[in-house]
Ligand binder design. Structure first.
Ligand code: GDG
Length: 472
């Protein structure tokens, strides 16, 4: 009986080490929930790094035993792996390149060597449990070399790859000295998925120009194998957000927050600290609004959640300083004793509070400069159970291809973002409800469970097509 193995850099739990003892904290992310319907069945499992460096052999055995009960298997990364493969090549080379921040790309041979070695580590961990015809679904940019490593070892396996971040244009990918190896690594898969049509197109163009492989309707022929490339826009666990918004816990938080804030319009923004998210540009747009429209003073405020991330990387430290300075400048300029323009939080919140933020806010301002999909905007829409709210969304987020009833903006155009906030603040109720209503209908239908089903169905279809192709 064939099994399915999910592989991602991080497992859907994180290992916490407290005075020599360890425990696991489950991830509440949508992907973990969606893929739960796969890895929790039968002999299936999920392989990945549990977080933290566990160097002690005995402790590694204990961690592996505990994970086995959760249907997971660990890949242990050393401190050096974390520094060079994860923080290095993944987050300082691929991440900036794929998000079009070429000025931040770090071209380090040592990073590349560690990236190859750790992809190999993942491959070995999979080979320790995989049968020749198992299905292996690899996730994301930390593991681009893995599909081909697996293909070489298990030529008859069914291998899929999904990339959660954008795939950049050929002009960017060609800058990387390791472009050929990265693309060759990916085409080891039978099915390669991206969030959007544009990502798929960029990938096909890079494969054509760098590997010389042409495609016909999304099928490329590599080493006598057919590889299908397509877009599969990822959804959220819609019901979870819709139900949470009406739960007792969220309603009581919402009431408490609303009482504290008084009667004013609320804009919500939630991001991990990252230069791809366009946080300073968004603050500048809000500043412009306050500068021009005194009539909004005291009547509108922004709740800005910035979740700490990659705090040791220079460009992130610089960004944090820039945000602190901008917020400080605006708040010190406009605040009164009973009104603060920006409520700025540099920390994450428990789910109920996040849910309360979403459902109590009138407007969500989601303006990344580049984003694979962006789930925050979808979660906001799902949380507006009274259908009353407005989403302002960047054209550069994958989600903008689906959520066409948002107010779509170019996040670099500060004046356009400022105008979008005014339009959102002054939009008639009927229009607000009709826009949110139609976005809810599509998000409810194409939720995370549907996404997993569609992707897996396609994988089965691709395998059948390959068999027909090979028997010709
Ligand atoms: C990659 C791609 C793509 C945020 N703050 C808090 C909190 N969150 C949760 C949100 C949301 C998630 O984090 C962030 O969503 P993203 O879409 O940005 O996803 P990432 O995993 O960061 O990134 C991205 C995604 O993969 C999926 O393919 O959309 O483009 O970069 O779910 O709710 N959750 C809690 N407290 C917070 O303060 N509890």
């Amino acid at each position: 009986m064939n099994k399915t193995i999910i592989v991602s850099n991080r497992l859907p739990v994180s290992l916490q080490l407290k005075s020599g003892k360890f425990e696991f904290k489950a991830s509440a992310g949508g992907l973990a929930t969606g893929l739960g319907s796969i890895y929790k069945q039968g002999e299936n499992l999920w392989i990945g790094w549990p977080g933290n460096a566990v160097e002690d052999r005995q402790q590694q055995v204990e961690v592996a035993d505990e994970l086995k009960k959760l249907k997971m298997a660990p890949v242990f990364l050393s401190k050096e792996d974390i520094e060079l493969y994860y923080e290095g090549f993944s987050n300082e080379t691929i991440w900036p390149a794929f998000h079009y921040f070429t000025q931040y790309i770090n071209y380090e041979d040592a990073y590349w060597e560690a990236y190859c070695a750790v992809n190999k580590k993942f491959c070995d961990a999979i080979l320790a449990v995989a049968e020749p015809t198992d299905t292996i679904w690899v996730h994301d940019y930390q593991l681009l070399l893995l599909p081909m490593m697996l293909r070489e070892a298990l030529p008859d396996a069914t291998i899929a790859f999904f990339q959660h971040i954008p795939f950049p244009s050929y002009e960017i990918i060609r800058m990387l000295p390791w472009r050929k190896q990265l693309l060759e690594g990916m085409v080891g898969a039978d099915l390669i998925g991206f969030h959007t049509y544009d990502d798929m197109r960029h990938f096909l163009s890079a494969v054509g120009r760098i590997l010389g492989l042409s495609n016909e309707s999304g099928y490329i022929q590599a080493d006598h194998r057919l590889v299908n490339v397509d877009s599969f826009p990822m959804g959220i666990d819609y019901d979870k957000f819709a139900q949470a918004a009406l739960s007792k816990k969220t309603l009581s938080k919402k009431k408490k927050f609303k009482d504290q804030l008084g009667d004013q319009k609320l804009l919500i923004t939630i991001d991990r600290l990252d230069y791809s998210k366009g946080i300073p540009q968004r603050i500048r747009a809000f500043d412009k609004l306050l500068e021009e429209r005194e009539d909004f003073h005291g009547k509108v405020s922004m709740i800005m959640v910035v979740v700490p991330s990659r705090a040791k990387v220079q460009s992130y430290m610089k960004l944090k300083k820039e945000i602190d300075t901008l917020v400080g400048r605006i708040n010190s300029k406009y605040s009164t004793l009973n009104w603060v323009p920006i409520h700025y939080f540099y920390r994450g919140f428990p789910f109920e509070e996040l849910s309360a933020f979403y459902s109590m806010s009138d407007i969500a301002l989601v303006t990344p400069l580049r984003d694979g999909m962006n789930l925050v905007c979808k979660e906001f829409v799902a949380s507006k159970t009274d259908q009353d709210g407005v989403l302002i969304l960047s054209e550069m987020a994958g989600a903008s291809k689906e959520l066409v009833d948002a107010i779509l903006v170019n996040p670099n155009d500060i004046l356009a973002v400022k105008q979008a906030i005014i339009d959102a603040l002054t939009m008639e109720e009927a229009e607000r409800k009709s826009r949110i209503g139609s976005m809810q209908a599509s998000l409810r239908r194409y939720d995370i469970f549907q996404w997993v089903d569609v992707f897996m169905d396609r994988l089965t279809h691709v395998k059948q097509k390959q068999q027909e192709f090979q028997s010709k």
